[in-house]
Ligand binder design. Structure first.
Ligand code: PEP
Ligand code: MG
Length: 568
């Protein structure tokens, strides 16, 4: 049987299903009569948690490092504390069920840690909450799947691939990913592409239809999943895998070439990354710089907020890997669909319009200071540029620049090296910023158009919501007019205008970007060479002629069809 979803990350994976679900840890509180039996159940859960966590720490030590493993062994030390366990068993002796005892005592400790106001101690609140979740999972028999321990050729099938799940994925071991939700620009799709992991997203009821251990063919290029494949289908899939590898080899011819249109107009071709190590892959694929380093992934993968030194090392590493090429680092863009558990952000009714990104950072100067200082220090090691996300008004940019000026002064007094001419630019990803592009261009050193969010906010359609998927389209003339205007205003002011949303690599849209005068394209590392090839196929005059025609059309569908018909 062939099931269809969204083709989110190209390539073909063949393997067996592992169903990966975030466990539901809800339970009903109850009063316990047989307190001895409940204590026994509690002790068994603790023992199982300790064994499981120690085993995870061993894997982490082997695959990542000692420091990361210590976070897990720290959890074992915490739950083994006789005082903490004693408080829990006291509650159970009084008739409280084990689940409530664990939640109450862990929360008591977490609140106590948080109240100290000391950064290090406050981080222990996150640890104790992790312990709470782990022990609850044992009590409820709902242990999460350890992605890092899955066998070779596994296909992950899950409701939604969260960034923390992605962190556990070992490339080369996981063959593909299938999810029930998420669109082309969801973070799971972006991460899957970055890891060159074939992915089919938004396959309705995937977790119910596909069974643990099923053999599947996942075609991430076509968005198709084949269940119970026949020998013939398997042979065809293997051939397709070989053809895909050959296509990649063909693109390899573009390594070392300049990024120019057919008539010699040069553009800059950068890559998007989520971790400093990704810069290695980007450079290997011949990116000319990094156009977007999404720093939130440094925060999302960890149980604690990274310190200034840790961040400094990460940014410096990216700068050093890029050997003097530009590295545009975006400051923390959290909120919306990107939660950072260690920050304990409060849930909001409308998180995409809420307290997020630069708004949150400007209100949390303690947090922002750490990041901005780390960026400034790292700027002494390469061409680091700072990019502010989700800007809606000039005040936000000036506030960030004021903070930077203050930290530069501190460094001057402390004799710490930094680049005093560091460029500070903005993401243009809100309709407000697009409308104010002329004024913002006077303050910003560069623009980078975030088409993922600009499409969503312009069309008032969440990128992850399937019901409004028909509206979420960068082909919509409202979005294209907005992008055209931003590029024109930026060019008029003489600043660099780039694009780092997924549309920068869309082969159908590339002639429009050429015509509008886009200067820098930042795409996933795996799309660098394909984008260089697409750009090379068009002359400016051909692109202008197509854009002239297309920009008169009134619907996304008409525009898509016209671009498709003109595709080279
Ligand atoms: C964007 O909005 O286009 C963008 C690049 O940022 P993100 O996808 O991380 O929101
Ligand atoms: Mg964005």
């Amino acid at each position: 049987m062939i099931l269809n979803g969204t083709a989110a990350s190209p390539g073909i994976g063949i393997g067996r299903v592992a169903l990966v679900e975030e466990p539901d840890l809800s339970y009903t509180s109850r009063t316990v009569e047989d307190t001895a039996a409940e204590t026994e159940r509690f002790n068994a859960a603790i023992a199982a948690y300790v064994d499981y966590t120690n085993a995870q720490a061993d894997t982490m030590r082997e695959q990542v490092g000692e420091k990361e493993a210590e976070i897990l062994t720290g959890h074992v030390v915490m739950i083994s504390d006789p005082f903490m366990q004693g408080e829990m068993t006291k509650l159970i002796d009084g008739g409280t069920c084990a689940e409530d005892a664990v939640v109450q005592i862990c929360e008591m400790f977490a609140t106590m840690f948080e109240a100290t106001g000391d950064e290090l101690t406050m981080q222990r609140a996150t640890d104790v909450r992790d312990v709470k979740t782990g022990v609850l999972a044992e009590l409820l028999n709902k242990r999460p799947v350890d992605i890092g321990a899955l066998p070779q050729d596994t296909i992950i099938v899950t409701h939604d691939l969260t960034p923390s799940m992605t962190a556990g994925i070992r490339p080369g071991v996981i063959a593909a990913v299938v999810t029930e939700t998420g669109g082309l620009t969801s973070h799971s799709a972006i991460l899957a592409r970055a890891m060159e992991l074939p992915a089919v997203l938004s396959l309705p009821n995937a977790c119910a239809i596909l069974k643990q251990g099923d053999l599947l063919i996942v075609n991430g290029t076509a968005g198709a999943v084949t269940t119970e494949p026949t020998d013939e289908e398997l042979a065809l899939a293997r051939n397709a895998q070989a053809a895909y590898a050959a296509e990649k080899a063909e693109l390899a011819k573009f390594v070392g070439c300049r990024s120019v249109t057919a008539d010699g107009h040069q553009i800059e071709l950068f890559a998007n990354i989520g971790k400093p190590e990704d810069a290695t892959g980007a450079m290997e694929r011949d990116a000319e710089g990094i156009g977007l380093f999404r720093t939130e992934f440094l925060f999302m993968d960890k149980p604690t907020v990274p310190t200034e030194d840790e961040q400094f090392e990460a940014y410096k590493k990216a700068a050093i890997i890029c050997k003097g090429k530009p590295v545009i680092i975006r400051t923390l863009d959290i909120g919306g669909d990107k939660d950072v558990p260690s920050l304990g952000m409060e849930p909001e009714e409308n998180p995409f319009l809420g307290f997020r990104a630069v708004r949150y950072c400007l209100a949390r100067e303690d947090l922002y200071r750490t990041q901005l200082r780390a960026l400034l220090r790292a700027s002494a090691f390469g061409d680091i540029r700072i990019m502010v996300p989700l800007v809606t008004c000039i005040d936000e940019l000036t506030a960030v620049k004021d903070l930077l000026a203050r930290y530069m002064l501190e460094f001057k007094q402390e004799g710490i090296a930094y680049n005093p001419d560091i460029q500070v630019g903005i993401m243009v990803e809100t309709p407000a910023a697009a409308i104010m592009a002329d004024a913002l261009a006077e303050e910003a050193d560069f623009f980078s158009i975030g088409t993922n969010d600009l499409t969503g906010y312009t069309m008032c359609a969440d990128r992850g919501n399937e019901k409004v998927r028909y509206l979420y389209s960068t082909y919509n003339p409202a979005v294209l007019r907005s992008i055209k205007r931003v590029i024109e205003e930026g060019n008029k002011a003489g600043i660099m205008v780039g694009m780092c949303g997924e549309a920068a690599a869309d082969p159908l849209l590339i002639p429009l970007w050429i015509s509008f005068g886009l200067g820098e394209y930042s795409v996933s590392a795996t799309s660098v060479l394909a984008t260089r090839k697409q750009v090379s196929l068009w002359t400016k005059a051909e692109a202008d002629e197509l854009a002239e025609k297309v920009m008169q059309l009134k619907t996304a569908a008409e525009i898509h069809d016209a671009l498709q018909a003109a595709k080279k």
